[in-house]
Design a protein. Structure first.
Ligand SMILES: Nc1ccn([C@@H]2O[C@H](COP(=O)(O)OP(=O)(O)OP(=O)(O)O)[C@@H](O)[C@H]2O)c(=O)n1
Ligand SMILES: C[C@](O)(CO)[C@H](O)COP(=O)(O)O
Length: 222
């Protein structure tokens, strides 16, 4: 098995706000993107890293050991760009990861890779443990059964040829790559998620990510 990571980092981070897109903002002495890229470059079972950037950000890319490419108008288009940038025929599997998840651990990456020994797809997720409502205008409008519901995370791993064909057949955007894979009939194994593998989405998420990273390695604040 030869694994490539595709890190999608072409978003604009509108919900997070700030002077620059969230992946370029400071986090524990580095940029968010530096933590994410390092997590994959340093993993012994990741053989290639493709970094998918917004066209406006290519000039900021100062990463050694990664293949750069330009993303698209939505996450799925950026994933397709990353798949297209993978030119090495030796790569058999891909792990597709949000740059906005800088706290991903080597354990989660390894667990996804291990699951790909027995499944064409594998992705981390956490079972929903809170009650679920629908709401509008600040009031509860209904309740939803949480049985069998999961909160999906990344990296989402796949047989390279299978996910490449699945994305080629899936013309529109998708919430994640598991949606694309399942639309193509691929089986996807659930791997244990990690509460610390949060996606930086809103401003408060930066502090949470910093607490997590400081708690692990005594990171200095940025
Ligand atoms: N056209 C896009 C849109 C999103 N992404 C990536 O997909 C991941 C998950 O998307 P999200 O958290 O929504 O990031 P943004 O789209 O940047 O955030 P927002 O929706 O708040 O603008 C992120 O790592 C983001 O960089 C991407 O590569 N290309
Ligand atoms: C891919 C993902 O992180 C899985 O939970 C999530 O769907 C990304 O959502 P976003 O709205 O693009 O941040």
């Amino acid at each position: 098995m030869t694994c490539a990571a595709i890190i999608v980092a072409a978003g604009r981070g509108l919900r997070a706000g700030g002077p620059v897109a969230k992946q370029w903002q400071p986090l524990c002495g580095k940029r968010v993107i530096d933590h994410t890229v390092t997590a994959f470059l340093s993993h012994p079972r990741i053989d290639r890293v493709v970094l998918v950037l917004h066209a406006d950000d290519l000039g900021d890319a100062d990463f050694d050991g990664v293949t750069l490419t330009t993303g698209g108008a939505d996450r799925a288009a950026s994933v397709r760009a990353g798949l297209a940038a993978l030119t090495d025929p030796a790569v058999t599997h891909v792990l597709i990861h949000d740059v906005a998840r800088p706290c991903v651990t080597a354990r989660t990456i390894s667990d996804v890779i291990d699951a790909l020994d027995h499944s064409p797809g594998a992705a981390p997720a956490l079972p929903v443990t809170d009650a679920l409502w629908t709401g509008a205008d600040g009031r509860v409008t209904g309740t939803q059964d949480r049985t069998g519901l999961y909160r999906a995370q990344t990296p989402q791993g796949f047989d390279r040829a299978a996910i490449t064909a699945a994305h080629a057949a899936h013309a529109s955007n998708a919430a994640d790559d598991v949606e694309v894979a399942r639309a193509a009939g691929l089986d996807v194994a659930i791997v244990a998620g990690d509460e610390d593998n949060l996606k930086i989405t809103h401003p408060a998420d930066f502090d949470r990510a910093a607490r997590i990273l400081r708690g692990r390695n005594g990171h200095q604040t940025g």
